[in-house]
Design a protein around this ligand. Structure first.
Ligand code: PXP
Length: 243
């Protein structure tokens, strides 16, 4: 079964609404781990709209499971990753005006940059993932630049319904197999919630699910501990019999 990484960005979003110190994403990370999360994910955005540099540094000292930093492919962010040394990084496309990461990285278009930066990160002992749409060209580019993982963007699946949803799930399944054939490890995330997570958790070769908004939203109502445990239960009870 895939491991659950909780994305705690939106704890910081709430804090930044008042630019004060509460709620503290570091405390949230501890609670997520105590509730059984297998990893903590944060996105240090260029505009610092939620997670701040200090959060990342304190999380590096306090996270006991796996710390995954999402970052844009910029000199500044690569420099911070090489300085802080999270366990994993996930390279994502980033636009200032977007509400959340909208699409996967166009890995083929930025292949030259990836071929330069991915080895630097790996040589520093950081596992490198690329957040990509479930498309062959992106997976091929991820293999070419020596990434360890692809994180398949599940947003289209999450937003679809009916036959379209089935087709999106098939696209994820085909892409997970394709990435595995290329020697890539496979993660997934974006838009996953308590209702749609099980079909994705049952995909072949999947190692990690990165889930943020659904868990933090539920936590506001029922508490973080219960919200994380409920999501873990859904993942662990996904039906993988067709794998
Ligand atoms: N994976 C990546 C690469 C992301 O950028 C995000 C959003 O920050 C997520 C997963 C989590 O998405 P959501 O908040 O919709 O669960």
């Amino acid at each position: 079964m895939p491991r659950l990484h909780v994305n705690i960005d939106h704890v910081a979003t709430l804090r930044q609404a008042r630019r004060e110190s509460q709620p503290d994403p570091v405390a949230a990370a501890v609670l997520c781990e105590l509730a059984g999360a297998n990893g903590i994910t944060v996105h240090l955005r260029e505009d610092r709209r939620h997670i701040q540099d200090r959060d990342l540094r304190v999380l590096k000292e306090t996270v006991k499971t796996t710390l995954n930093m999402e970052l844009a492919l910029t000199e500044e962010m690569i420099g911070i990753a090489l300085d802080v040394l999270p366990d994993e990084v996930c390279i994502v496309p980033e636009k200032r005006e977007e509400l959340t990461t909208e699409g996967g990285l166009d890995a083929a278009a930025c292949l030259a940059d990836l071929e330069r930066e991915v080895p630097r990160l790996r040589e520093a002992g950081i596992a490198v993932s690329l957040f990509v749409d479930p498309e062959p060209s992106a997976i091929e580019a991820a293999a070419k630049c020596g990434a360890d993982f692809v994180e398949l963007h599940t947003g289209c699946y999450a937003n679809a319904s009916g036959v379209e949803k089935e087709n999106e799930l098939k696209r994820l399944d085909t892409s997970a197999r394709y990435a595995h054939e290329f020697g890539l490890r496979v993660n997934a995330g974006h838009g996953l919630d308590y209702d749609n997570v099980q079909a994705v958790a049952a995909l072949p070769f999947l190692e990690e699910l990165n889930i943020g908004h659904a868990i933090i939203s539920r936590a506001v109502l029922i508490g973080l501990d219960s919200a994380v445990r409920e999501m873990q239960d859904r993942i662990l009870s996904a039906d993988t019999s067709e794998e």
